[in-house]
Write a protein that binds this ligand. Structure first.
Ligand SMILES: NC(=O)c1ccc[n+]([C@@H]2O[C@H](COP(=O)([O-])OP(=O)(O)OC[C@H]3O[C@@H](n4cnc5c(N)ncnc54)[C@H](OP(=O)(O)O)[C@@H]3O)[C@@H](O)[C@H]2O)c1
Length: 247
């Protein structure tokens, strides 16, 4: 018996990193998983791995900066599985530029993917969940959404916005839908590699009482908690999964 038996879960940004590991965790717990990202070869690999392990999954290639692609993810999910129970808004990009070096196009692109796409995915999925009377939405924020010291200009701005969106969604989409946020610290993914990898994160590792960086599965198991009935009385919460770097 899996904790997500019979559930249908869309996981955006599941061609790599913590989204991919969450897709694996959800599938192991019985969910039918929709893998989403721009890289089709990666999406195929994730679906094949899930199927090899006895799970069920499809992929939809989508660019989260395009509203028509977002609607297509929802349409393809409904065609394949007929319902949606879980939405993990997770696809994201980072920009390392400070305000003086950041041009408006790049600012807007980060905001589109990190914030607008969560809003649009939710607007497309929530009526389906409301109609069926239940649903769980999880948004990936960041510790960069709690203080600007963890990420430069637009990344910090976008992740602060995700926190507000998570709380507004929880308030406005109840009682049928629960909405919670996961705020990762340094997790070993391609995004972290682009920030200089584990070496660059050594100071963060030393700040952590646990003296380590996180791995994708440590986000996946928390996402599972928020997706499942184990968190049935929890909504509107922002949970740091960061090894305690700020405690
Ligand atoms: N790693 C960390 O330390 C850390 C810390 C805090 C928060 N986060 C957040 O965690 C989330 C996942 O990041 P990750 O660390 O797992 O990094 P990752 O391995 O780089 O994964 C990012 C995912 O987002 C997808 N994506 C990016 N732009 C997209 C677009 N325009 N359209 C569709 N999909 C897009 C990528 O897929 P394609 O390239 O195939 O499109 C990929 O699957 C992000 O929201 C990130 O901000 C990460």
């Amino acid at each position: 018996m899996g904790r997500l038996d019979g559930k249908v879960a869309i996981v955006t940004g599941s061609t790599s990193g913590m989204g991919r590991d969450t897709a694996y965790v959800f599938a192991e717990e019985g969910a039918k998983v929709v893998v989403v990202g721009r890289r089709e070869n990666r999406a195929k690999e994730v679906v094949e791995t899930i199927k090899e392990n006895g799970g069920e999954a499809i992929y939809v290639v989508a660019d989260m900066s395009k509203p028509e692609d977002i609607q297509n993810v929802v349409d393809k999910t409904m065609e394949a599985f007929g319902t949606i129970d879980i939405l993990f808004n997770n696809a994201g990009v980072v920009s390392f530029k400070n305000i003086l070096d950041l041009d408006y196009d790049e600012y807007q692109n980060v905001m589109k993917i990190n914030v607008d796409a969560y809003f649009l995915m939710t607007k497309a999925v929530a009526p389906i969940m409301k109609e069926k009377g239940s649903g769980a939405i999880i948004n990936t924020g960041s510790v960069a959404g709690t203080a600007a010291k963890w990420g430069p200009c637009v990344y910090a701005t976008s992740k602060h916005a995700v926190n507000g969106l998570t709380k507004a969604m929880a308030r406005e989409l109840g009682p049928e839908i629960r909405v919670n946020g996961i705020l990762p610290g340094a997790i070993q993914t391609e995004m972290l590699d682009s920030a200089g990898g584990a070496d660059a994160m050594e100071p963060m590792k030393q700040m952590s009482p646990l003296k380590k960086l996180g791995v994708g599965r440590e986000i996946g198991t928390v996402a599972l908690f928020f997706a499942s009935d184990d968190s049935s009385f929890i909504t509107g919460q922002l949970l740091r999964v960061d090894g305690g770097v700020d405690c």
